[in-house]
Design a binder for this molecule. Structure first.
Ligand code: CA
Length: 477
């Protein structure tokens, strides 16, 4: 089973040091029924063939779509907890990786620190609280005012305002776009213009029906002063070509210091459309760099290339749902959702090719090799990922901890895991991943997006409709 949650004795220590502040309703929901259900599932899973997650992936593709495997991964979590404890007992002086599940591929890393980083454990005592519940899949979040978030609802296509202080949730903001909300589609990410205080501009990504299929689109509108509507919403960019499918939209957006917008797109999943990730005449499987009007930035790497689309910044990506700038280096880091294993952390440089689907550290969900089964990127002329996961971490949204409220977290990267269900903390030194931790492993939630507030709270949204706030103990109120 690939959905190990990387439990170890150390993880248990952390989790037990976390003090929970949850409503009674939520506590009841998470505790007994789930573990009882998990025990039943252990028996069921024991009957199934190990190491093959076909059942978890079908009928669509990756764990991003599935809605039932979070329960199943709970079961494997409990199993792996026992295994992890056994392994930890055999200490040989070497730091054990955070990952305790076996690899699903036979691939070797290109350099030793490229996967299975040693486990690290947060020493600070943490407060973990559920601020809001009963939302839908909260795909994107942005702090537009101190402790107030704009939050997208993927399936209902609603844009909401969540107040972290009084825990209120607004009525849906009017004027948001029509979306195609099948499978992985819907209202996706949200960000605000660098001059939001004056312009009031809110940028949204969403999957849109156009002639020939669906595309990942970017639009913008001005938030009214009374915060009830987006005015004059207009689509500024469509990641063409359209494709008749409802998977792998990518869809993260982030502004840089130049006040331009980076957008990630997916390669639409299916074979052969996914091969368009390698093509410079398609916006699929790309990082795209555009102005606030949706025009290619005039320094883009392929602007002089007659055969290439001017908005392309980098290519050869699979399905990128997490982006952020490293607080110290300023580099743009992304996390790509891999196939079965092979999720990648990459540093994005203009014009570079990151290899998908020619090379990958993952394999098909069927267990077959991808292309010729070559994992090494650099030897084939592609950029090596800085890090990859095998088995999968099912990475979605991510954020660097650009704050000193929890000093040991400063400049660490936090990534939401969909299946297995945890938040990944990654420690980076000189662009090398030197440590990894899994947080909130016992919650059983699919963590969709991660945000760090100006106050230094780590905010995590889930597919189960929760918004968590994680702070240093005593700082939450
Ligand atoms: Ca790659």
């Amino acid at each position: 089973m690939i959905f190990g949650a990387g439990f170890s004795g150390l993880n248990f220590n952390i989790v037990s040091s976390i003090s929970y502040k949850r409503g009674e309703k939520t506590m009841g929901k998470v505790s007994w029924p789930r573990s009882t259900f998990s025990l039943m599932l252990i028996f069921i899973l024991a009957l199934a063939a190990c190491g093959n997650d076909d059942a978890l992936e079908e009928p669509t593709d990756d764990p991003d779509t599935a809605t039932e495997e979070s329960e199943e991964s709970d079961a494997s979590t409990e199993e792996s907890a026992d295994e992890g404890a056994d392994e930890s007992a055999n200490t040989d002086g070497e730091a054990e990786p955070a990952e305790t599940e076996p690899q699903v591929t036979d691939f070797e890393p290109a350099f030793p620190e490229q996967t299975r980083a040693p486990e690290v454990v947060t020493e600070a005592e943490l407060d973990v609280e559920v601020v809001v519940e009963d939302l839908g899949v909260s795909w994107g979040m942005e702090e537009f005012d101190t402790n107030r978030l704009l939050v997208t609802q993927r399936d209902s296509a609603e844009l909401l305002i969540v107040n972290l202080e009084d825990r209120s949730v607004s009525d849906p903001i009017e004027g948001t776009p029509e979306v195609n909300n099948e499978d992985q589609g819907g209202l996706l990410d949200v960000t605000i213009a660098p001059d939001f205080d004056e312009s009031r501009l809110v940028f949204l990504t969403f999957s849109q029906d156009i002639e020939g299929g669906t595309v990942t689109s970017v639009g913008k509108g001005a938030l009214s002063e009374d915060e009830t509507s987006l005015e004059d919403f207009e689509v500024i960019f469509q990641a063409t070509p359209a494709y008749d499918g409802t998977l792998h939209y990518g869809g993260r957006i982030i502004f840089d210091d130049e006040e331009n917008l980076f957008l990630t797109t997916g390669e639409r999943s299916d074979d052969p459309i996914r091969e368009r990730a390698q093509d410079l005449d398609a916006y699929l499987g790309k990082v795209i760099y555009i102005t606030q009007d949706g025009e290619p930035v005039d320094t883009n790497p392929f602007i002089e290339d007659e055969d290439a689309l001017d908005g392309i910044y980098s290519y050869g990506h699979r399905n990128t749902q997490g982006v952020d700038f490293h607080p110290e280096t300023g580099d743009l880091w992304i996390v790509e959702f891999g196939p079965q294993a092979g999720d990648e952390l990459n540093i994005i440089e203009p014009g570079n090719n990151y290899g998908w689907p020619v090379v990958s550290y993952g394999i098909e969900y069927t267990g077959e090799l991808i292309n010729e089964g070559i994992s090494e990127h650099e030897a084939q002329g592609f950029v090596e990922p800085r890090y990859y996961w095998d088995p999968t971490s099912a990475p979605s949204g991510m954020s660097f901890y650009d704050n000193d409220a929890i000093p040991e977290w400063e400049n660490n990267l936090f990534i939401g895991g969909l299946a297995p269900n945890y938040i990944v903390r990654v420690i980076i030194e000189d662009d090398i991943i030197v440590g990894e931790e899994r947080l909130l492993t016992e919650e059983g939630e699919r963590f969709r997006d991660i945000l760090v507030t100006e106050d230094g709270a780590l905010i995590a949204s889930t597919d189960g409709g929760l918004i968590y706030r994680i702070t240093g103990a005593g700082e939450g109120e």
